[in-house]
Design a protein around this ligand. Sequence first.
Ligand SMILES: CC(C)(COP(=O)(O)OP(=O)(O)OC[C@H]1O[C@@H](n2cnc3c(N)ncnc32)[C@H](O)[C@@H]1OP(=O)(O)O)[C@@H](O)C(=O)NCCC(=O)NCCS
Length: 220
Amino acid sequence: MNPLTVTDKPSAPRPTVRVKALSVRDRRRLLVHFLALDSSDRLLRFGSTLPDELVTRYVEQMDFSRDRVFGVYSGRLRLIGVGHLAFAPREASPVLHNATLKERIAEFGVSVLPEARGLGVGSRLFERAAIHCRNEDVDTLYMHCLASNQTMIHIAAKAGMKIHRDYGEADAYLRLEPASPGTMLAEAMQEQFASLDYGFKANAKAALKWLRRLPGFRRK
Ligand SMILES: CC(C)(COP(=O)(O)OP(=O)(O)OC[C@H]1O[C@@H](n2cnc3c(N)ncnc32)[C@H](O)[C@@H]1OP(=O)(O)O)[C@@H](O)C(=O)NCCC(=O)NCCS
């Protein structure tokens, strides 16, 4: 079954993907998401086949006050996609040090559960991260991945990123335009729709849980 809410329109090529900003309250669901990635996905996502203990530590150490974490929920409130936008001072990156005059740069990492791939989730998470950077006065978005990661390189190239391949690894940079009233409004609206969507799914899930307790209730 499609893990996302599919639009009714027959012409809609892909399901609607709502990207929501996550908070410290979502840490448990984040952990479930990352632990569901197999070793080859962990290699692509983290650059190393992290064991469960290190994945757990990564999630525990996510800094929600400094970074931005975005998620896409399934109808059952499973996190099917996660994008982590980590902000760092420009000086922290020897490679990007001269690439910008802004105080901070941003590095993006993304993962989508296998059953939800190819539906535009990864691309929407990337787009949301880029618009958030613009609104945060960050003009350089960076991504590091294995050179063999054709899917990610395709998403990066589609977004206009400059890709530099070196010794089996690839660095991708995107120079972003400054924020505008349009980008501010777009992000606020995306968040509003995603919050409504989340509330709707949470209510539906709670209602189903309640119905299941009724004698004679059977789920089709
Ligand atoms: C990379 C990843 C996030 C993509 O997520 P996704 O939700 O499937 O991505 P989307 O559906 O938005 O887009 C996939 C695009 O790649 C294309 N694609 C798929 N396989 C491809 C391949 N082997 N070569 C080139 N392009 C490919 C799809 O056609 C699609 O392009 P389109 O939108 O132009 O049609 C997901 O595969 C993943 O989690 N991989 C493991 C972790 C990882 O690699 N993270 C990135 C490193 S930070």
